[in-house]
Design a protein around this ligand. Sequence first.
Ligand code: 4AZ
Length: 272
Amino acid sequence: MRRPFASVLALAAAAAAIPLASPVPAAADGVVIGGYPVEISQSPWTVALSSRDRFGGTRVGQFCGGVLVGPSTVLTAAHCLSADVLGAPPQKVRDLRVIAGRGDLLSNDGKEIAVRDTWVNPDYDSHTNAGDFGVLTLATPLPESSVIRMAPSGDPAYGQGTAAVVYGWGDTTGAGDYARSLRAADVKVLPDANCEQAYPGSADGTYEAASMLCAGQLEGGRDSCQGDSGGPLVAQGRLIGLVSWGSGCGWAGSPGVYTRVSDVIRTLAAKR
Ligand code: 4AZ
């Protein structure tokens, strides 16, 4: 997760070296893994982060996802804005853009919007991955109708077993096959105990229920993956998570870990 694109090889190597969790059959057909195509009009709050300078133009520079939570406010993962990923502090990436209303990255649909300000959670811990979020402020606002509501603390959407959907342009196989068009995968909110057991403290991170959310399928198969980071996990029409990390993609026993949006709300409120 810390290196959305660069770590594809590392990921493949890890998959080969650590056969604890069984990789999903190659037929898994991605988000995202085990997903399906969706129209951007069905999830207008899903945006792509792009820098052609840093990531090349073949996929218009898409490197992470984001979520429109206010007309000028995009949430994404802190690790998407790290120098590790960008090769420079975000303020130095002059062509950092938010692409909205464009499902097919190679189309001319929607808008590319400049970023006026970036804020990375100073409490983000790149070892545990706790607090993995940041805020982008857009130079020009998008319509209120494209905004999704963040689920507040105590919202039943966070309840275990809740059906949720994750969206992104990320790797669809775990082998570096990045999607050209937006995809989604149906997952479930899993008990914290599942991720506490899967991630008691490892090279990938440590699951912390207060600031993270566990989702996927215990049997594997449907999951977010590299390139989906920062994008939305939605339940009951509200935003509950941001794609953050996990071991591999779609592996049985290694669910996806998401930034818990109620903790984002709490942190942003305290900052004011
Ligand atoms: C990543 O590398 C990443 N399976 C994102 C999500 C997940 C794993 C890795 C969850 O950006």
